[in-house]
Design a binder for this molecule. Sequence first.
Ligand SMILES: Cc1cc2nc3c(=O)[nH]c(=O)nc-3n(C[C@H](O)[C@H](O)[C@H](O)COP(=O)(O)O)c2cc1C
Length: 284
Amino acid sequence: MKFENNVIDLIKKRTSTRTFDTKEIEANQLQKIEAYLSEINEDAIALSGIKARFVLSSFIGTDVKEDKKIGTYGVISGVKTYIVGIVDKDEKNALEFGYLFEKIILEATDLGLQSCWLGGTFKKSDFEQNMDLTEHETIAIVSPLGYKKDKPRLMETAMRKVVGANKRKPWSELFFDKNPKTPLTEKGADEYAVPLEMVRLGPSASNKQPWRVIKDGEHFHFCLSRTKGYGAAGFDMQLNDIGIAKCHFELSAESLGLYGEWINQSPEIGPSEWSYVCTWKAEK
Ligand SMILES: Cc1cc2nc3c(=O)[nH]c(=O)nc-3n(C[C@H](O)[C@H](O)[C@H](O)COP(=O)(O)O)c2cc1C
């Protein structure tokens, strides 16, 4: 499950692509991504205990003009292949789902492919019709996979502007020292400054960046600051965002030789509007 490139470079390189070249994905890249999905479906899913699976689907965009009508409401263009994230309808663990889906996105980035997390602007029924789902399954997330066109469509540029896709909140709003009132500086984060920065660079639904991390000695408590109106009914998109943060933090820490484990401490730590999610306990 190792990437060819340094994971920190991959996290910095990844951005959402919505305008694709119609060129088909090369066979060897397709094989590699298939192999990666098999590993995730066999080993990682078993480890996490969640009821989910990830498959490739190439049904959409066979006639490129159809992109506009079906699939993604015209948000994505020029692509035929999608990664499809399927979950059991009762599965509540969006944290692990997000963690695993982001690993797949980083693997795609490693292979030189572009992607875009889609949790809202895709037509579930169009995708579901073309998949072999059991009656207990539903599609939570999809991502197109392919090569980006040099020039994005105006619509993509406008979409990025609306959500401020190139911007991230400052450290002082995301990371804290011992309590949620004291901002954590990069200096204070010491060797963990880079893993935290990788959390900050992560994608999130509507770029809401709901991750909050409180460092307390060797403990890093990950909390979720929910956006009003972004409910947890159905698939919990913002808990999924914390899964992405968990993925970026763990993989970049380990690439720097910083090891630890995820524990569940449930500390009474954040303000009442945050929910505690999990803790990274660094090895001393
Ligand atoms: C869970 C999740 C769901 C998303 N859903 C959509 C979506 O439905 N449509 C879309 O165009 N972008 C979607 N995005 C992409 C975000 O808007 C994007 O990640 C964010 O604006 C930051 O931009 P970047 O990915 O280029 O860094 C989603 C991202 C995440 C993480």
